[in-house]
Ligand binder design. Structure first.
Ligand code: PEP
Ligand code: MN
Length: 346
């Protein structure tokens, strides 16, 4: 259920509506918007009637949200969510490009790649300190040491950090370093963890589980939004199908579907989606063409010797070529690629 009120409604009218919602054992959520004030209601809304609210001061409309996910739905908020990073934004016209190696392997490797990406005008750097690997015998990440290196990349190069958290014990440490907390495909349905991450009130990059439907993904996003954290970026990263020619099947259908069903920004990770480096650029371009708000791409200066996901990593040279093509394609889909001059002033 959604209560629509005028943007300039007196605070006392808004508070009265919120108090009534609480008295009915439900939760009110003020949803930021530019043309109207919306108060989302979660909880047992079937227990009361629209008329209970229609008669209240400043209430313009009461709408039943028919989707299972509520706060993240387009019905709840018609305009796109744009997440502001102080001069940089995700969602809206600007394309967001997140790039970097799969893992933080050591200081030299991380600074080498981060330095080259910075020179190209990239401002969101990805690298995992905690790695969810299918085999327990492969490289599991540098953990705390990896976070230290990422913290130095942030302070010395002024890049924004995107890194994964795998459990609640490491959440405080990740929160200190990350500008965006990544929730990996394997944890998309770890509801207690994603609730905790949502409550940390940091922007979240939520990757689609490899056997999750779009509805499952949006219901997971709902757990974060229910913590009053709307800074959620959704990520299509490929799903498991019968096809074995590629690591996963990149489900680009999900992009226009999510855009219709939700106001949240959606980006695409073609690196994990295809798993083979020379298929990454064509699928990255396809993702932009079908309306994605950005990309997450794995880049490594020495893919052959990478400790994880070398086979799907682009070299900095190939990545630069891709950026040039994205730059040409962007205006056709009414998007813009901005190259940033990052400062060391953080
Ligand atoms: C990653 O981004 O390196 C990663 C492990 O991704 P996913 O969770 O999509 O497999
Ligand atoms: Mn990876």
């Amino acid at each position: 259920m959604l209560i629509i009120m005028g943007l300039n409604s007196p605070r006392q009218d808004i508070d009265r509506v919120k108090q009534k919602i609480i008295s009915l054992n439900c939760m009110p959520h003020e949803i930021p918007g530019s043309s109207k004030l919306a108060i989302g209601i979660t909880g047992p809304t079937h227990l009361f009637k629209e008329e209970d609210f229609q008669i209240m001061h400043s209430v313009q409309e009461v709408v039943r949200v028919t989707k299972k996910f509520k706060l993240v739905s387009r019905q709840m908020k018609s305009e796109d969510t744009i997440i502001d990073f102080g001069g940089h934004s995700i969602g809206g016209k600007e394309l967001c490009i997140i790039a970097g190696p799969c893992s933080v392997e050591n200081r030299e490797q991380t600074f080498e790649i981060a330095g080259q990406l910075k020179e190209m005008g990239i401002n969101f750097f990805r690298a995992g300190a905690y790695k969810p690997r299918s085999s327990p015998y492969t490289f599991q990440g540098l953990k705390e040491k990896g976070l230290e290196i990422l913290s130095d990349v942030k302070s010395k190069l002024g890049l924004k950090i995107v890194t994964e958290v795998m459990n609640s014990q490491s959440l405080p440490g990740v929160c200190e370093v990350a500008d965006i907390i990544q929730i990996g495909a394997r944890n998309m349905q770890n509801y207690s963890l994603i609730e905790e991450i949502g409550a940390a009130q940091k922007p979240v990059l939520l990757k689609r589980g490899m056997s999750a439907t779009v509805e499952d993904l949006l219901l997971s996003a709902e757990y974060i939004a229910a913590q009053n954290n709307y800074n959620i970026i959704l990520c299509e990263r490929g799903i498991r199908t019968f096809e074995t020619a590629t690591r996963n099947t990149l489900d680009l259908n999900a992009v226009p579907v999510i855009k219709q069903w939700s106001h949240l920004p959606v980006i695409v990770d073609p690196s994990h989606g295809v798993g083979i480096w020379d298929k990454v650029s064509p699928m990255a371009l396809a993702a932009i063409a079908c309306g994605a708000d950005g990309l997450m791409i794995e880049v490594h200066h020495d893919p052959e010797n990478a400790l994880s996901d070398g086979a799907q990593s682009l070299t900095p040279k190939k990545f630069k070529e891709l950026l040039n093509k994205i730059n040409e394609l962007a205006p056709i889909v009414n998007k813009e690629l901005k190259f940033y001059e990052t400062t060391n002033s953080l």
